[in-house]
Design a protein around this ligand. Structure first.
Ligand code: ADP
Ligand code: MG
Length: 473
């Protein structure tokens, strides 16, 4: 690792000799050198310009407050090292500021509601580490399914590092994990401004960083980026690092050093820690050190409230019967709920038509057909259980005795008894011809375990929540 860095520095040093006589500060030349040393240069770095050179002091100009802060915390030392290589000791001293015209405050005042702060545009893949301004606590609708996760997130945002650490939020897709994570980021930014350095990244982004820094031999720099510069680490979709040993190793150490320094960590995942597959035990146990909060699929009332909130934001009227129709027919998640509502809004805007129940039924007909309420069958239970545990239905029906298969099988039998009217022998026959007493034993066993084993009770309640969405209303 050191070797690559050294070579880069040597190259720079040689090139530098030639330019050492150069009296004028050349930002492009410095940037060229910096680029070689970065495993992940964000695209906006190249839009930074020299604002002024006063004697030996060079002031760079960033477009936004956040870019300036980011450069200050992560790149300024490297920029100054590179400048020193080019112009020698006692050459230029580089600092950075936000350009007057583009200053963050002005931008906020001009274009945005004052309480709607944001980081760098989050659709730029290079800067995806920042949070989206459209996900705030203000536009997060709270209902019984998400109130615990919401309350915990809010407590963290109020006092990072002081409430629960880490906060671990889990749910199925499209139920609001990312929204809550970004709400925490936005709230901290608003409350603490530059005093608190918040990193909001996906686990995929973290993994890419690890891969890049292994490739370029700059692991130390990567480590320092997270371990020394971060006050709040918001990491989304941690399940992405399942089975990725080096990334888990890095994350483990990052976690430890932030945790020891009492820096806030918030993690989201599609599953509770206890049932995460291909994760080191030491990581899983750390995920449970603080508070674990889940988000369940929303109740009809919450879905109606979300639809009304969206309509309010879009300044579109939506009759109660339409909201109720959409809420009852979109079963799976809030992302799909939004998709349906947006379709209605777009149509109504384009053709200047009022939204009526008839129009909604017509426009969303495929949704209704696809998602018509069903009854819970053993087949469905087997499908949901196997998906949850990353197994196949065949595994559940097999005779394999390992715990990682037998426990999900018993849970599936338990749920079959709970949600269908099938008898014990009928259930047994659906599980590859098991006998009556095997099923009775399984049901009793799971009943017992749900009382004292959180991994079993979490799995049972998560799968039950998914299944209940299929019950005929
Ligand atoms: P996840 O990260 O769990 O997959 P997201 O946070 O991306 O889900 O949520 C999916 C969509 O639903 C987003 O557009 C989000 O803003 C919206 N959403 C989720 N929960 C709520 C809520 N409680 N109130 C308002 N919008 C929500
Ligand atoms: Mg998400």
């Amino acid at each position: 690792m050191k070797k690559t860095e050294q070579v880069a520095r040597d190259n720079l040093a040689t090139e530098d000799h030639k330019s050492q006589q150069k009296a004028e500060f050349d930002w492009d030349a410095v940037l060229d050198g910096v680029k070689k040393d970065l495993y992940f240069p964000p695209s906006w770095l190249f839009s930074i310009k020299t604002a002024k050179v006063e004697g030996k002091i060079v002031t760079l100009e960033a477009k936004t407050h956040f870019q300036a802060l980011w450069v200050k915390n992560h790149y300024l030392q490297l920029i100054n090292d590179t400048a020193r290589n080019l112009y020698g000791e006692g050459g230029f001293e580089v600092t950075i500021d936000v350009g007057e015209e583009n200053s963050w405050t002005k931008e906020t005042k001009k274009n945005r509601a004052p309480d709607n702060h944001r980081g760098i545009e989050s659709h730029d893949p290079q800067t995806a580490s920042f949070f989206s301004s459209s996900n705030t606590f203000d536009n997060f609708v709270v209902g019984p399914s998400n109130q615990f996760a919401h309350a915990a997130s809010f407590a963290i945002a109020e006092n990072p590092g002081m409430a629960y650490n880490p906060l671990f939020i889990h749910s199925g897709v499209g139920l609001g994990k990312t929204h809550l994570l970004h709400s925490i980021g936005n709230y901290i930014l608003k409350k603490y401004g530059t005093r608190m350095n918040t990193f909001c990244i996906s686990a995929e982004h973290f993994t890419n960083g690890v891969v890049q820094s292994i490739k370029t031999g700059s692991m130390d720099k990567f480590r320092n980026l997270y371990r020394l510069n971060c006050d709040v680490l918001l990491i989304d979709d941690i399940q992405f690092i399942a089975g990725k040993d080096s990334t888990q190793e890095e994350f483990f150490h990052t976690f430890n050093s932030l945790y020891t320094a009492k820096k806030q960590i918030v993690i989201t995942s599609d599953k509770p820690p206890s049932v995460m597959k291909n994760f080191e035990e030491r990581l899983k146990s750390r995920f449970e050190w603080g508070l674990t909060a889940d988000i369940q699929p929303p109740e009809v009332e919450t879905k109606i409230a979300i639809i009304e909130k969206k309509a309010e934001e879009e300044k579109i009227g939506i009759p109660a019967d339409v909201a109720s129709f959409v809420a009852q027919n979109v079963l799976s998640n809030i992302r799909e709920l939004e998709g349906s509502v947006n379709k209605l809004f777009a149509y109504s805007k384009m053709f200047r038509e009022e939204i009526t129940l008839e129009l909604a039924k017509q426009l969303l007909s495929n949704l209704v057909r696809k998602e018509a309420p069903r009854i819970i069958t053993i087949d469905l239970i087997q499908k949901e259980v196997s998906t949850f545990f990353d197994l196949t239905v065949k595994d559940l029906k097999s005779n394999q005795k390992q715990k990682k298969i037998s426990e999900p099988r018993q849970i599936a039998m338990f749920l079959s008894r709970k949600y269908t009217s099938s008898s014990f022998p009928e259930i047994g026959s659906k599980f590859g011809g098991k006998n009556h007493s095997t099923v009775v034993h399984a049901v009793k066993n799971v009943e017992k375990k749900t009382e004292r084993d959180p991994s079993v009770s979490n799995a049972v309640s998560a799968i039950s929540a998914t299944l209940e969405k299929f019950i005929t209303s």
